[in-house]
Design a protein around this ligand. Structure first.
Ligand SMILES: Nc1nc2c(ncn2[C@@H]2O[C@H](COP(=O)(O)OP(=O)(O)OP(=O)(O)O)[C@@H](O)[C@H]2O)c(=O)[nH]1
Ligand SMILES: [Mg+2]
Length: 199
């Protein structure tokens, strides 16, 4: 998809969230899983900051996505990572203060893109997030990131183990490095955004 991404704002409290006038896509996952990188791969630009220091993204960063050819516009929300031991308590406290409320009440939220690392064994924190989203009735897609780091056999094994542990039927393998799976993810995002715009 030909599109442009424009940084909108960083929010650290619900009062700072932008107006809800376009379908929103949230990127969720543990620190360092590749949220910002995947967002950049989708828009084909370095919109979101990528860092080798886990826990760098502390606010919800909102980006306005404008498709050159087609409506609707969308907003991408890059959320802070969770579940990383080295991340300061102040960051995990942020989850209760503004990320839980965001996920629970945000009307514009059309799809949660949940990222899990293809090379890391299934994590309890990922399962907890998915169970939370299921209970909240949120639509989500689970993607396995950094798939370029695994060989064919490792890939298959890892995807089977992740699916079972996370109790999901489908898992989309992606790589921000090679763009593997990025087109399929765009299709899911466009469908969710279009449905939200209509409904
Ligand atoms: N090989 C490979 N490395 C990746 C890929 N995606 C991200 N990385 C690397 O993983 C690290 C973390 O990437 P980020 O995109 O900053 O991860 P994040 O989830 O946004 O991290 P936080 O904002 O700290 O929660 C960086 O060193 C990236 O270069 C990928 O598809 N393949
Ligand atoms: Mg990030």
């Amino acid at each position: 998809m030909q599109c442009s991404a424009q940084f909108l704002l960083s929010a650290l409290s619900p009062a700072q969230f932008p107006q809800e006038d376009a379908p929103e896509i949230a990127f969720l996952g543990r620190s360092n899983v590749g949220k910002s990188s995947l967002l950049n791969a989708l828009v084909g630009a370095k919109a979101a900051k990528v860092s080798s220091t886990p826990g760098r993204t502390r606010a919800i960063n909102f980006f306005l996505i404008a498709d050159a050819r087609r409506a609707p516009q969308a907003v991408f929300a890059d959320l802070p990572g969770y579940g990383y031991a080295k991340v300061a308590k102040s960051v995990s406290a942020g989850w209760q203060d503004f990320i839980d409320p965001y996920l629970a009440t945000r009307q514009a939220l059309a799809l949660c893109v949940c990222l899990v690392d293809a090379k890391t064994p299934p994590q309890a924190s990922d399962r907890q997030l998915l169970d939370w989203l299921r209970a909240a009735g949120r639509e989500f897609i689970v993607v396995a990131t950094k798939i370029d780091r695994l060989s064919g056999n490792e890939r298959t094994r890892s995807l089977v183990a992740l699916k079972r542990a996370l109790d999901v039927d489908a898992l989309l393998p992606v790589s921000a490095k090679t763009s593997y799976g990025v087109k399929e993810l765009w299709e899911r995002i466009e469908t969710a955004a279009a449905e939200a715009a209509i409904g």
